[in-house]
Write a protein that binds this ligand. Structure first.
Ligand code: GTR
Length: 418
């Protein structure tokens, strides 16, 4: 008991220290020397030599990530039903079907509603599809007045003060979702507001998908990133039943914090055939032990709800982490993975994201795949394409048409389109 109290006090002080003194390091020469854990060595030091060894090692590593970083997702099932909110069979100048569907997730009298916005190109066969969360509501993704304005909690950014979504936001994030261009290449798009699954604030897990499970929380209970990831799997449960979609060719993607969620969703759910991380940074694709840009202490202080409590033990102590993010990427093997960085987004540590791909590659190779053919950080706008793909582009922290065009080029190869 005394020990528990002491550790709470220590965690509090380390968080305060991080908050007060944090200055991001952007100087490679000031990084500590670090050794990355080898994904191909069991916790007891025995090397992983075969595909069947990897099966066991994978379980060990997933457990480690659950205990140390993202938290454990409860195993129980929920009841899933859906209601059609609106449909336009001639959307985007008659070229597409637009549909918005409300999913209801129910368990023991608790229910969570998630609105899925679907755009599908007209096609005589089931289409491959990109699915991912948006930051501020489905209505921000496109101007279409028929898209429902989210009623979920939304961070107020000047236009309102009561955490509601204003009509003026309609289409405000359309640049991140170049739907017409994606559909023109034969892909569908499904998007959901992340706040439907779990509102992005520290509320002690009293709302969102966590409330579906009556669990006593522990230091390894799931955080918001894991909640978002689990929500993506429930959306996948639904997508599998949509006849216009090829459920074997669903790519899960996400930008930034939602890229962290996409990666963890891909690890937990092998139905996602391709996983795309756009500038996911710390707690996503970037290596933690480099201590470059955002750090473990900083992220746990700014966003105490994203990860499990155990992750806070590594505030200012990245060297003690028994894992690093290259092992997270390795857990996606042998499925294709695409990681992107942006030059001006040093907070996400582009080089740390690149090196994570390098570090994940041996696992892909053990499983008979090419892995990641990159050795040095490539030039801007020069994607590296292996089973793991990577690009760094000029510009800011964002997801834009260039990024999407690379995702589609990569997906064309993975799904053997054209
Ligand atoms: C930042 C956070 C990053 C990243 C980003 C985002 O404030 O430090 O880890 O997730 O937010 O989601 O845009």
């Amino acid at each position: 008991m005394k020990l528990a109290l002491l550790s709470v006090i220590l965690l509090f002080f380390s968080a305060t220290l991080v908050a007060q003194t944090f200055v991001a390091n952007y100087d490679e020469s000031k990084m500590p020397a670090y050794t990355l854990p080898d994904p191909l060595v069991f916790n007891n030091g025995v090397p992983v030599k075969s595909k069947s060894d990897w099966k066991k090692r994978r379980i060990e590593l997933v457990n480690l990530f659950e205990n140390v970083e993202y938290g454990t997702t409860p195993a129980g099932k929920v009841r899933l039903s859906s209601v059609l909110l609106s449909e336009n069979l001639n959307s985007l100048d008659g070229k597409a079907i637009r549909r918005e569907v409300q999913l209801k997730l129910e368990k023991d009298g608790v229910e969570i509603l998630m609105n899925v916005l679907l755009y599908l190109p007209k096609s005589d066969k089931p289409v491959p599809l990109f699915v991912g969360y948006n930051f501020s509501g489905n209505h921000t993704v496109a101007k279409d007045p028929a898209i429902a304005i989210t009623t979920s909690w939304l961070k107020s950014r000047g236009t309102t003060t009561d955490n509601s979504a204003p009509e003026s936001q309609r289409g405000s994030d359309a640049k991140s979702w170049p739907i017409a261009e994606v559909l023109a290449r034969g892909y569908g798009v499904a998007t959901i507001y992340c706040g439907d699954a779990d509102p992005d604030f520290d509320d002690g897990f009293k709302n969102g998908v966590h409330t579906l499970f009556k669990e006593t929380r522990s230091t390894s209970s799931w955080g918001t990133v894991a909640g978002w990831a689990w929500g993506l799997s429930r959306v996948m449960d639904y997508l599998e039943k949509v006849k216009e979609i090829n459920a074997k060719q669903v790519a899960v993607l996400g930008h930034s914090r939602l890229g962290k969620a996409a990666l963890w969703a891909g690890v937990k759910d092998k139905r996602f055939a391709l996983v795309i991380s756009n500038e996911s940074g710390c707690g996503g694709a970037a290596l933690s032990k480099r201590i470059y840009g955002e750090t473990v202490g900083r992220i746990n202080t700014s966003f105490p709800h994203w990860f499990c409590e155990n992750f806070r033990k590594y505030n200012l102590k990245e060297e003690d982490l028994p894992l690093d993010q290259h092992e997270l990427l390795a857990l996606l093997a042998p499925r294709p993975l695409y990681v992107c960085s942006a030059e001006e987004d040093q907070w996400s540590d582009p080089k740390g994201e690149f090196l994570s791909c390098v570090g994940a590659s041996p696992v892909y190779q053990l499983l008979g795949k090419e892995g990641f053919p990159g050795k040095d950080l490539p030039d801007f706008q020069k994607p590296i394409l292996g089973t793991i793909g990577y690009h760094i582009r000029q510009g800011k922290h964002a997801i834009n048409l260039y990024d999407w065009s690379c995702f589609m080029d990569f997906a064309d190869i993975c799904f053997k389109k054209n």
